[in-house]
Structures are given as structure tokens and as C-alpha cells.
Design a protein around this ligand. Structure first.
Ligand code: SAH
Ligand code: AVI
Length: 332
């Protein structure tokens, strides 16, 4: 089915029908479980209702500095971006339940340019929730939601000119570096000048601080990690026993990423009928569930090379924990 042929639920549009989405999920999960040397699961499947709530809890943990650092930067950056770019349309990718989009909308409204806001996320519930709150705050605002994947579905958002794409929270870090250039190319194609993209990036820093952010004392991140197994059980009929896995998170300095894994406490065979897959794990066997890349400005510049986007402005907090980068289309 094409995007245009699919029904609107309110003004939330699915890029794929539920049946097509289920088929895509089955194929992705199957490919991940078959990959070697280590099986993996795609991190976008953390975010069912419980996963979204656990992520929200993570953003408030003392160890998880990312959200606080970005939210401290955003009001000033939002004002500057609104004045510099004068965007009429905001498109937020991986919007989640967060309030960050409201800071951007507030700044665009103050400039008098704000016309519409579109949220794109894999989770329809999260979009519906956010949009209803935005409509209360900005009664005249045109709002829309797109249930889709930011890696493949950016073209589903129709207006390209005078647009600001916001991709915050360092969610770009959850994209494997081999796929990041293709993602930036599709973002460039979705931006007609003078449009721009505001990108949130977690920065390389000392190992202890990074690892604490992904292995908090209260074990919320561990619950978040294990939740992906519950999603597999609920959506693909898998028989993962979540209590037989432990949470693993470590910083790989060579790759400049945090890696999250689930380690089997005992040998087991897991059936995943919805993905026509079976996974055999030895005791101590691991499944990779997420990478979370950490950046430097030169590393981002290298990833952007040849994609049609370049850094126009770069802001960081006084401790250089987190950065916001304004990306524009390169000329030519
Ligand atoms: N932007 C928010 C939320 C980050 S959590 C913040 O900065 O705090 C990551 C969000 O991205 C979740 O809402 C999740 O559902 C969404 N997401 C993850 N992978 C995605 C993908 N491939 N395509 C679209 N949305 C995705
Ligand atoms: C959404 N994303 C940027 C989070 C991150 O930090 O990579 C997801 C997360 N994983 C563990 N904690 C939070």
C-alpha cells in the first residue's frame, strides 16, 4: 500500500498498514536474531507503552545527564534557530512524549512564523498523546502525526520548504554509523533551502560517566532493556523468559558507542514464531539490543561528508556533555 492510500486516524497517518508493519517487524527481528557473531534486536522495538514510560523515567534519573543537558541548552538555541531560520513548519523525528518540541514551537510562535507541527515516531500512542497536548497550547496550530520509521520514511512528510527538522535527545546515536550517512542524505532530500535540521548529540566523555548513564543504580535502564523481550513475546509470540537475562551496558571506546546487551543466565532455546526464528543461547550468551553513539564535532563532520548537509552552528553546555548542531544543505 502507498502512504497516500492509508487511512488517517484523526490526523495521524500510518506509512505502512498494521499488516505490512508486522511483516517488516518479522523480517527485521529474524535478520537480527540470525546475525553473527552476535544476535541482535532492533532498538526501535523498546518503545511499546511500557518502554516509553521507562524511557521517560530514565530521562529523570540522576545518572542520565543527557536530557537535562539538552533541555538546559534548548531555550536559548530555540530562540536563535527560530530567528535565524524563520521556519514555518516543524517536523520532529522520534518525538517521544517529551516537552522539547514545545520549546521549539514557543520560539517559532514568538517569531510569528509558526504554522504547523508534524511528529514522526514508530509509536502511534506517543504521537496521539503529544499532539493532543500541543493543540491545547497552540489552538491555531496545524498538527499531524506520521507513524513510521525515520530511517526509511522521511519522504512521507509532505511540506519540504521552510521546515525545521528536529532530531533531539541523541536518538541519532541509536543509528549504526554505517547507516547514518544514508539517513542524513534522506534528511537533506526532505529539506528545501532555507530549511534546516536541529540535531541533539551526546558527546564523548569519560567512561565512568557514560557507563553510569546506561547502568543506573535503581535498575530502570535494566528494566528498559529487558522490556524489548516482553515486546517480542507480545507482538511475535516469542517465549523469552525475561528473568533469565541480565542487563549489560559498556562503553566501547574504539567505536565511540555505548553498547547494551542482554546476557542469558542459563542455556536456552527461544522460539519466536512470528519471525519464524529460533534462538539457541549458551549460558552467558548475549543479544545486542542497542548502540548509542557518542560524538565529537570532527566525527559528525566526517559522517556528514558527501550527504548534502553541513554544520552551520554548534552549541554545547559548559561541561561539554551534550551538543546541539544546526545543519543546513550544502550549496551545490
Ligand atoms: N525525542 C525524545 C524521545 C527520545 S526516545 C527525547 O529527546 O527525549 C526515542 C524515540 O524515538 C521514541 O519515542 C521511539 O518510539 C522513537 N524511535 C526509535 N526508533 C525509531 C525509528 N527507527 N523510527 C521512528 N521513531 C523511532
Ligand atoms: C533514545 N536514545 C537516545 C536513548 C540513548 O541514550 O541512547 C535510549 C536509551 N537507552 C538506554 N538509555 C536510554
Amino acid at each position: 500500500m502507498t502512504a497516500a492510500a492509508l487511512p488517517f486516524a484523526g490526523n495521524i497517518r500510518r506509512v505502512r498498514s498494521e499488516a505490512d508493519e508486522r511483516r517488516a517487524m518479522a523480517a527485521e527481528v529474524r535478520a537480527g536474531l540470525l546475525s553473527r557473531p552476535m544476535p541482535s534486536l532492533p532498538s526501535k522495538y523498546f518503545y511499546d507503552e511500557r518502554g516509553g514510560a521507562l524511557f521517560d523515567e530514565i530521562t529523570r534519573l540522576p545518572e542520565y545527564y543527557l536530557t537535562r543537558a539538552e533541555e538546559a541548552l534548548l531555550p536559548g538555541v530555540a530562540r536563535e534557530v527560530a530567528a535565524r531560520v524563520r521556519p514555518r513548519h516543524l517536523l520532529e523525528l522520534g518525538s517521544g512524549a517529551g516537552g522539547k518540541v514545545r520549546m521549539l514551537l514557543g520560539a517559532m510562535a514568538s517569531e510569528g512564523t509558526l504554522e504547523s507541527c508534524t511528529l514522526l515516531d514508530v509509536s502511534e500512542a506517543v504521537i496521539a498523546d503529544s499532539l493532543s497536548r500541543l493543540r491545547v497550547e497552540h489552538p491555531g496550530l496545524r498538527t499531524a502525526g506520521i507513524v513510521g520509521d525515520f530511517l526509511t520514511d522521511l519522504a512521507a512528510a509532505e511540506v519540504a520548504e521552510s521546515r525545521l527538522i528536529a532530531f533531539l535527545g541523541s536518538t541519532v546515536g541509536n543509528i549504526h554509523p554505517r547507516d547514518t550517512p544514508a539517513f542524513f542524505r534522506s534528511a537533506a532530500a526532505a529539506l528545501a533551502p532555507p530549511a534546516a535540521m536541529l540535531l541533539g548529540l551526546d558527546l564523548v566523555k569519560d567512561r565512568a560517566r557514560l557507563e553510569a548513564a546506561y547502568d543506573d543504580a535503581r535498575g530502570v535502564t535494566a528494566e528498559f532493556n529487558l522490556n524489548i523481550l516482553r515486546v517480542m513475546n507480545a507482538r511475535l509470540g516469542a517465549d523469552f523468559d525475561a528473568s533469565a537475562f541480565e542487563h549489560v551496558a559498556f562503553y566501547d571506546a574504539d567505536e565511540a558507542w555505548i553498547e547494551m546487551r542482554l546476557r542469558a543466565r542459563r542455556a536456552m532455546v527461544v522460539r519466536v514464531p512470528g519471525a519464524e526464528a529460533e534462538l539457541t543461547l549458551a549460558e552467558g550468551g548475549e543479544i545486542r539490543t542497542e548502540i548509542s553513539c557518542k560524538y565529537t564535532r570532527p566525527a559528525l563532520e566526517a559522517l556528514l561528508r558527501g550527504t548534502g548537509l553541513e554544520i552551520e552552528r554548534w552549541w554545547t553546555d559548559p561541561e561539554s556533555l551534550f551538543a546541539l548542531a544546526l545543519l543546513r544543505r550544502t550549496s551545490g
